[in-house]
Design a protein around this ligand. Structure first.
Ligand code: ADP
Ligand code: MG
Length: 608
């Protein structure tokens, strides 16, 4: 019988390796720029066309390669960076596996041009799908130019996973931002379809961070630098007010390499726990250096994860260093969220609740799709999954009229809320009412949120969220990848009530914002919305995101904490509650009202 096991051809194994290393244009950029940095370049230019699908070109002024080395570089496992096993224990370069060039070459049309310092001419190698087609002399400056054309032309499955050019260009910007943050001493230029996205001049970390993450942070940045027991942590952190809802702006580097590490992230959040509510992440660029032997970078194909030899020592060092920094900044005046009295600083409370949205969303959707019936507007109607669809469906003519069937709780009837008699307000947050028989307690925040959410949802589904022009249009600085997301979703943002215009570079100017947010912190909401949008297509569908965005906006449109309401305001709120389709739960799934029956009251006083 013939052997079933075969050794894969070099070309096929490269293609397989490419599956791990070359996920999208941004990964090619990352690998090639890392090679340029390893080659000692002080200037790196990255150009892409059509999101990197047509062209990715990385040019550097590094040490270059001889003809022989350039040819070898395209072979699998060819590297100049490690020689012996032991070298793996002390890696100081970004690359070391000798995989990136051959893997990339196997899935594109690649031109590698290089001229070693001191040699009379350069060499140009052209390969198609990993097969070398020609090698020739080329006049060029010292350094290396890698041109990747028609990425994934021979791997249609990969090609299908490519997103829009804007999205791919945004990923490239993400990677370049990390690389450029890690090396302020190197000049980076990034061009997308001939347009300069950024030009980061040689500078220090502070200047580099501001140029990449937005100058609006100038007054908000503090620096840190501490060495202890062979470890050093240095970098910058922005004040807690600049926090984000995802960790996208928490840049952590280990020995100069960007990593996304659980231990590091936890250590940072631990230090910030008194300054940030749950679910918020600081904006920071933090660099940890430690002896190469104390960290293993060879645990993940993209090297984004690392393993520390002494995990808890690293963790404690980071936490204590950042705590020290936080204590010596004016930010320490800010009370911890737990001790904030709800009446004075409503925002942290609001934020904490926004953070709860994600958790409770699942429960909420499960509940609303479980075909419960509620009696509404005299005729009962069945609330199906459509209940959480845009209001045009949930407001459709009552479906399946079945008198009284399936009612699981004493349900509100037509004008239920307006028919209540309002007795008074309790704790500045609850409305005590009577329906003639039972006591009814209404959670005024949940009620406001419910109304705002329904209003946003209705307006969104029939056109766009009502927006209000700003007397003083507000300039908002985004990071490069955020501005790419903004540009890609301009029409959607407009539908959500945010009218943004270009203001040069990555700045956009808000001409108008959702009316219900005009007097609130709409910039923060907008940033959060942009973050939600950046997840689109990666892990979430538009429908999930749409709901979360509208909830987030609703949550922020409501005044938190103790809020005394006049009778007229209560009446207006109750009218509004009656006019929204389904008012028994706030968008978080918390109840809007609770009933204490007459019988319960009587029991309390031992009358029955
Ligand atoms: P690795 O970076 O893991 O060594 P690569 O496949 O990325 O593997 O690169 C292979 C080799 O090609 C490198 O070790 C280096 O010697 C050489 N090389 C790649 N890119 C450059 C560059 N821009 N300048 C100089 N040498 C380079
Ligand atoms: Mg490399």
């Amino acid at each position: 019988m013939a052997a079933r096991i075969r050794i894969l051809s070099e070309n096929l194994s490269n293609k397989i390796a490419a599956g791990e290393v070359v996920e999208r244009p941004a990964s090619v950029v990352k690998e090639m720029v890392e090679n340029s940095l390893d080659a000692g370049a002080s200037e790196i230019v990255v150009e892409i066309e059509a999101g990197g699908r047509r062209l990715i070109k990385v040019s550097d002024n590094g040490c270059g390669m001889s003809r022989e080395d350039a040819l070898l570089a395209l072979e699998r496992h060819a590297t100049s960076k490690i020689v012996a096993d032991d070298d793996l224990l002390s890696i100081s370069t970004l690359g070391f596996r000798g995989e990136a060039l051959p893997s990339t070459a196997s899935v594109c049309r690649l031109t590698l041009s290089s001229r070693e310092k001191g040699s009379v001419e350069g060499t140009e190698i052209y390969a198609e799908g990993g097969v070398i087609r020609h090698v020739k002399a080329r006049g060029m400056a010292d350094g290396t130019i890698v041109e990747v054309r028609n990425l994934f032309f021979n791997t249609p499955a990969r090609l299908k996973f490519m997103k829009s050019a804007e999205t791919e260009a945004g990923h490239v910007a993400d990677h370049l931002t990390r690389l450029a943050l890690s090396r302020p001493d190197v000049r980076f230029v990034y061009l997308n379809d001939g347009r300069v996205v950024f030009r980061a001049l040689k500078s220090d970390l502070q200047e580099r961070a501001l140029s990449l993450l937005g100058r609006s942070m100038t007054a908000q940045i503090s620096s840190v630098d501490r060495e202890d027991g062979g470890m050093r942590l240095h970098g910058l952190a922005a004040r807690p007010e600049c926090s984000r809802s995802v960790a996208s702006h928490l840049y952590t580097f280990v020995n100069g390499r960007f990593v996304r590490d659980r231990v590091l992230q936890h250590a940072v959040l631990q230090a910030y726990r008194r300054f940030l509510e749950k679910g918020r992440y600081p904006v920071a660029a933090l660099f940890l250096s430690l002896p190469p032997g104390d960290v293993d970078v060879n645990v993940h194909p993209t090297k984004h994860e690392v393993r520390f030899r002494e995990q808890s020592r690293v963790h404690d060092f980071i936490t204590s260093t950042l705590e020290g920094m936080l204590h010596s900044t004016p930010w320490k005046q800010r009370p911890a969220p737990e001790t904030v009295s709800p009446g004075v600083a409503g925002e942290p409370v609001a934020e904490r609740r926004v953070a709860e949205v994600r958790d409770s969303l699942a429960a909420y959707q499960a509940r609303t799709s479980s075909q419960e019936s509620f009696v509404m507007n005299k005729a009962p109607f069945r609330l199906s999954a459509a209940g959480i669809q845009p209001a045009k469906t949930s407001e459709a003519a009552p479906a399946e009229v079945q008198e009284g069937a399936g009612v699981t709780q004493p349900a509100p009837v037509a004008g239920f809320f307006s028919s209540l008699s309002f007795i008074g307000q309790h704790a500045g947050a609850y409305l005590v009412c009577s329906d003639g028989e039972d006591l009814v307690l209404v959670d005024q925040h949940a009620a406001h949120e419910r109304v705002a959410f329904e209003r946003f949802r209705r307006e969104f589904s029939v056109g766009s969220v009502e927006s209000q022009g700003l007397l003083f249009p507000e300039v908002i600085e985004f990071s490069h990848s955020e501005s790419a997301v903004v540009d890609e979703h301009l029409p959607l943002l407009k539908k959500l009530g945010f009218h943004l215009e270009d203001f040069g570079g990555t700045a956009r100017v808000a001409q108008s914002v959702p009316r219900m947010l005009a007097k609130r912190d709409f910039i923060r909401v907008l940033r959060d919305v942009v973050e939600e949008l950046s997840l689109l297509g990666r892990s979430r569908s538009f429908l999930d995101i749409q709901e979360e965005i509208l909830m987030r906006m609703a949550c922020h449109s409501v005044v938190r904490g103790v809020h005394l309401m006049s009778e007229a305001e209560v009446a207006a709120l109750f009218n509004a509650l009656d006019s929204v389709g389904f008012a028994t739960n706030c968008p978080h799934g918390r109840p809007v009202f609770r009933r204490i029956s007459r019988e319960e009251v009587e029991k309390m006083f031992k009358r029955v």
